[in-house]
Ligand binder design. Structure first.
Ligand SMILES: NC(=O)C1=CN([C@@H]2O[C@H](COP(=O)(O)OP(=O)(O)OC[C@H]3O[C@@H](n4cnc5c(N)ncnc54)[C@H](OP(=O)(O)O)[C@@H]3O)[C@@H](O)[C@H]2O)C=CC1
Ligand SMILES: O=C(O)[C@@H]1CCC=N1
Length: 276
C-alpha cells in the first residue's frame, strides 16, 4: 500500500540510501514525497537525486510528516538542535542512529516528541532488512503502526524493548558485514582452489540465501540442520572440525559481543547527559 505521508531524511549516507531505495522500490512512499538533506556533501545529494528522483532542495522539516535521523551519533545533537524549533508532536521522528536512546532525543527536542528508534540493516535496499523498532515515551500507537508499515515494506520488523537494541545491532544491524566477511573468505578459498571468481561469488551467495531460507521455513534446530549436511567423517564433518579448531565458532561469538560492547560504549555519553 502506498502511503500519503511525506518523509524527510536528515543524513544521506548508505543507511539513508538503503531505506530510500527500499521504500521507492516497494512503492511505500513515492519519490516526490521523499526529501533528503545532509551536512556538507552536495555531490552525494545530486547523486541520490539522479538515482531516485527525490527532493534535495528546500527541505522543509516543518512540513514533513515523518523525519528520519540518519547521521553518526556524534552529529546527532547538532541535528536535533537544528530541528528543535521546527518539529511538533504531530510529526513522527524516526532515529536510525546507533546507540542513542529515545529519552536523550526527547530531552534534546523538548516537549513531547513522538520518537521511534529503529535498527535496520543495509539489506533494506533489497527489501530484506531485519529491523528492530522501539517507541519513545510520547509515541502514539498509530505512529508505531505507521513506522511498522514503512519498515515492514523493506523487510521484517520486530518490536523490541529499547534495552535490547545493542544486542540486536550485534545480530542484525552490523551482521551483514560479518556475513560479507565470511563470504569474502570463502570466495578467496574457492579462487585459491581454481574456481572462477564469477561462479564462486554467486554460488556462495546462493548458499547463504538457501541456508537462511531453510532456517526461516523449516522447524529444525540449527544442530539438526547441521546434522543433515554433515555425514559422519565426511567432508563437511572435517570442515566443521577445522572451523572449531581454528576458533571460528568462538570468533563468531566474540564478533557479536564486541559489537554489543562498542554499541553500549557509544551510548554512554548520551546516558550521562541525561542524568546531569
Ligand atoms: N550503515 C549501516 O549498516 C547502518 C547504520 N546505522 C546507523 O545509521 C546512521 C547513519 O549511518 P550511515 O549512513 O552508515 O552513516 P554515514 O556516516 O555514512 O552518513 C551520515 C550522514 O549524515 C549526514 N549528516 C551529519 N550531520 C548532519 C546534520 N546535522 N544534518 C543532516 N545530515 C547530517 C552526513 O552528511 P555529510 O556527508 O554531508 O557530512 C551523511 O550524509 C548511523 O548512526 C549508523 O550507526 C544503523 C544501522 C545500520
Ligand atoms: O557500525 C556501525 O557504525 C553501524 C551500526 C550498525 C551498522 N552499522
Amino acid at each position: 500500500m502506498t502511503l500519503n505521508q511525506s518523509i524527510a531524511f536528515l543524513g544521506a549516507g548508505p543507511m539513508a540510501e538503503a531505506i530510500i531505495s527500499g521504500i521507492i522500490n516497494k512503492q511505500i512512499i513515492p519519490a516526490p514525497h521523499i526529501f533528503v538533506q545532509n551536512h556538507h556533501n552536495k555531490e552525494r545529494l545530486l547523486d541520490l537525486r539522479n538515482k531516485y528522483h527525490i527532493n534535495i532542495d528546500n527541505v522543509e522539516i516543518e512540513k514533513a510528516d515523518i523525519i528520519v535521523l540518519a547521521m553518526q551519533p556524534k552529529h546527532l545533537e547538532q541535528a536535533l538542535l537544528s530541528i528543535k524549533n521546527k518539529v511538533t508532536s504531530d510529526q513522527v521522528i524516526i532515529s536510525v542512529v546507533t546507540s542513542v536512546n529515545t529519552s536523550y532525543m526527547e530531552e534534546c527536542l523538548g516537549g513531547q516528541p513522538q520518537m521511534i528508534r529503529v535498527m535496520p540493516n543495509t539489506s533494506s535496499m533489497v527489501g530484506e532488512s531485519a529491523t528492530a523498532l522501539s517507541a519513545g515515551a510520547y509515541t502514539s500507537k498509530d505512529s508505531v503502526a505507521l513506522a511498522m508499515e514503512i519498515f515492514r515494506g523493506i523487510g521484517e520488523v520486530y518490536q523490541i524493548e529499547e534495552k535490547h537494541m545493542d544486542i540486536f545491532t550485534g545480530i542484525a544491524g552490523s551482521a551483514p558485514a560479518f556475513f560479507y566477511a565470511l563470504m569474502e573468505q570463502m570466495e578467496q578459498a574457492a579462487v585459491e582452489e581454481g574456481l572462477p571468481k564469477s561462479i564462486a561469488r554467486y554460488a556462495i551467495a546462493q548458499t547463504v540465501f538457501g541456508s537462511a531460507k531453510m532456517v526461516l521455513e523449516q522447524e529444525e534446530s540449527f544442530a539438526e540442520l547441521i546434522k543433515n549436511v554433515a555425514a559422519p567423517n565426511g567432508p563437511t564433518a572435517k570442515g566443521l572440525e577445522a572451523l572449531e579448531a581454528f576458533g571460528g565458532n568462538k570468533a563468531i561469538i566474540e564478533a557479536v559481543k564486541a559489537t554489543v560492547e562498542r554499541s553500549k560504549e557509544m551510548g554512554e555519553p548520551f546516558v550521562k547527559v541525561l542524568s546531569k
